[in-house]
Design a protein around this ligand. Sequence first.
Ligand code: SIN
Ligand code: CO
Length: 403
Amino acid sequence: MIRCGVPVLFPHCSIQLTSRRARYNETMKKLTLLGGLTPQEFLRDTWHKKPLLIRQAIPQFAPILSRQALVDLAAREDVESRLVSYFNQQWQMQSGPLTKLPAFAKKAWTLLVQGVNLHEDAADALLRQFRFLPDARLDDLMISYATDGGGVGPHVDSYDVFLLQAQGERRWRIGAQTDLRIVDNVPLKILRDFKAEEEFVLQPGDMLYLPPHYAHEGVAVGECMTYSIGFRAPSHQELGEAFLQFMGDSIDLPGRYADPDLTVTSHPAEISKAMLAKVTEQLNKVQFSADDISIFLGEYLSEPKASVTFDDPVRDLSPAKFRQLAAKHGVKLSRKTQLLYRGKHVFVNGESFAVGRADLLSLALLADSRELNASQVAAVSEDVMESLYIWYQDAWIMLKSTA
Ligand code: SIN
Ligand code: CO
């Protein structure tokens, strides 16, 4: 991480230190969102360990999207959505874009819309209330709308999830079972033998936190909307496969198999010991360093989901005009941009690059705050300004006042 001991060399240090200290102080504050726990207490006692029901986590919570706005999102090509129904004792699932939904008067169906934070400022702002948790773990804000009796059946998720009741009521039944066998031949992963241990009815503003693999079932009591704030915990297998793919792009093994020493064989189908030894020698040259792992992880975690598209910039600006406006208004990250850093590496939307210490401070400040004000932009180096301009053209960042 960044160490800033030399303010003369690194003019952004004091800003960085202030914001880091401010952020630390935030973790010591009791939060209504966490039922009066500080983020530190929540992480120590609850996170990834046990469920927590928080009554009125967000008092007087008002939904950020109407039913119609959610339905409109579900019809879009660039939005992931699903329709789940349980009609006539049968589970059915349809993936979006969804242009036709069952009647709102019909019971037992659910519309799920992923990544609402990528499309709505208010949803993004809600998600950022959970920034006492690292961006590297953040997945998205999913909104579900259900008619009376609607739900997706008893199941487990591989995510840490905060289930915030946004509108109407939902009955949650939860249990710590280890029997995670699922029902065969249904389009959803439904637990075969769900045994609920606790039951709560959530009202608007109430929130239920569940660690990964904690069995749960939510059923709408009348029409309702639930917001799921999800934090991904990739499986080791998924990480391993993605890492090998990453290494596949970066290994360099010059030369080609050669056997001038080949001798006659009476077992032509057998792979010879000599061949195996030669190949083993070459493959043992595939090594990876701590830097390879850093770069892999940062690119992997900052990669946008396949459905994410970036629009054109709000205004087509020359580099000089961009520099002038950015230094006047400041810049902020697009809702869709994931900017992370580790050591000297900076990762943005699946790409990585190494920077010097001063540039790292500017970019780390942008990553942590998701914005730079006018004076912070005015202080960045030529290289950082160049990157900001490219990111502006790609709509990865925006000018603050016009965003
Ligand atoms: C829902 O909102 O209907 C499902 C959310 C979940 O169980 O994770
Ligand atoms: Co779930």
